[in-house]
Design a binder for this molecule. Structure first.
Ligand SMILES: NC(=O)c1ccc[n+]([C@@H]2O[C@H](COP(=O)([O-])OP(=O)(O)OC[C@H]3O[C@@H](n4cnc5c(N)ncnc54)[C@H](OP(=O)(O)O)[C@@H]3O)[C@@H](O)[C@H]2O)c1
Length: 324
């Protein structure tokens, strides 16, 4: 059965189901990677103020757009309000800074990056206490923040607003004011979040899977810090079996599994061959039995990699979204 290649949003805009992740790439490497991604057909690009790479992404996108305003309309550019900006009175300032660095007239989607907040320290997106813990701002009023983010739409410089790293209860609370245009959360074979995906489907909210390949760099960093073991998703037997059966790579199988669940993916790569591979996922289909085998890999909360344990103390914030 063919699967959709876009989510159609409320005003008819289309968000491609395969986007390009940009976290953890140096500026020069990212610019080249974005050129490869555009050539390979990616039109959905995911960044964040916190990645400190909006300017590099913007340069590569603007080179591609050139003088052709139609090309801008082909793109779907997403960026995010950092935790240090999670106060209503700071939203406009952080948004303006993102737009200026991107060098674009508008962004397609603006997300609240996390429901927890840091103190606002100009020039420091990740402010820390002397003991290394984060300077957490526990006074977050999520509804007031959401209303301020929604107001950005009135300026015409953001077409859609959504959220990231929120749980079902938080999305429900926000939805009473206005339904988020998307929810971006960690989803992959070991962390499939079936209840959250079903709850969003019931509300018509597209889910975008971050770290869809298991975020190797983050997993390696956390393994070194904590001693915890993070299995390599690309080597899991159901993944390699399906890859061999379809003559595709393990990464393509992982992405296809998530796409067949109706969830968009934003894999990151800086390698031209892998960039191309990650968007070449439309010409094969996982069977029902392969889907069941892959779905059985889910480890629930144990499978989560990006648990924000690298931000010491954020788990004590009243809006910290994940269960222990
Ligand atoms: N909202 C949030 O809080 C949040 C959190 C995390 C991530 N994100 C977004 O989601 C994007 C993707 O997540 P991620 O960067 O954490 O991890 P990911 O996309 O799951 O994995 C990236 C890793 O996989 C490797 N890789 C990519 N394609 C591959 C292939 N075909 N075969 C083998 N290895 C491959 C990459 O190495 P190479 O580059 O060498 O190919 C890189 O090490 C981010 O870049 C960011 O835009 C959002």
């Amino acid at each position: 059965m063919p699967i959709k290649q876009y989510f159609e949003l409320d005003n008819g805009d289309r968000m491609p189901m395969v986007g390009f992740g940009t976290w953890q790439a140096s500026d020069s490497v990212l610019e080249k990677a974005v050129e490869s991604a555009l050539a390979a057909g990616y039109r959905h690009f995911d960044t964040a103020r916190a990645y400190e790479n909006e300017a590099a992404l913007g340069r590569a996108l603007r080179r591609w757009i050139g003088d052709d305003s139609h090309r801008r309309k082909e793109l779907f550019v997403v960026t995010k309000l950092p935790p240090g900006g999670n106060r209503p009175e700071l939203v406009q300032e952080y948004f303006d800074a993102s737009l200026k660095d991107l060098g674009l007239d508008y962004v397609d989607m603006y997300l609240i990056h996390t429901p927890f907040a840091f103190e606002h320290v100009p020039g420091d997106l990740h402010p820390k206490n002397p003991d290394g813990s984060m300077r957490v701002d526990n006074s977050t009023d999520l509804l007031a923040l959401w209303k301020a983010v929604l107001k950005l739409k009135e300026t015409g410089r953001v077409r859609h607003v959504g959220v990231s790293n929120m749980n079902v209860e938080q999305v429900s609370r926000l939805s009473a004011v206005s339904v988020p245009a998307a929810l971006q959360v960690e989803v992959h074979a070991l962390c499939q979040q079936p209840a959250l995906v079903a709850a969003m489907a019931a509300r018509g909210i597209p889910v975008v899977a971050y770290s869809p390949l298991g975020s190797k760099a983050l997993a390696d960093m956390l393994a070194e810090k904590t001693g915890r073991e993070y299995p390599d998703l690309l080597q899991l037997p159901p993944v390699t079996r399906a890859a061999a059966a379809h003559a595709r790579s393990p990464a393509q199988v992982l992405l296809r599994h998530t796409l067949q669940r109706g969830v968009a993916v934003i894999p990151k790569s800086t390698d031209p061959g892998r960039i191309k591979q990650n968007i070449s996922v439309w010409d094969f289909e996982l069977s029902e039995s392969e889907m069941s085998e892959l779905s059985a890999l889910d480890r629930g909360e144990q499978g989560r990699i990006c648990d924000f344990s690298f931000f010491i103390n954020v788990d004590k914030h009243p809006e910290f979204p994940f269960k222990k």
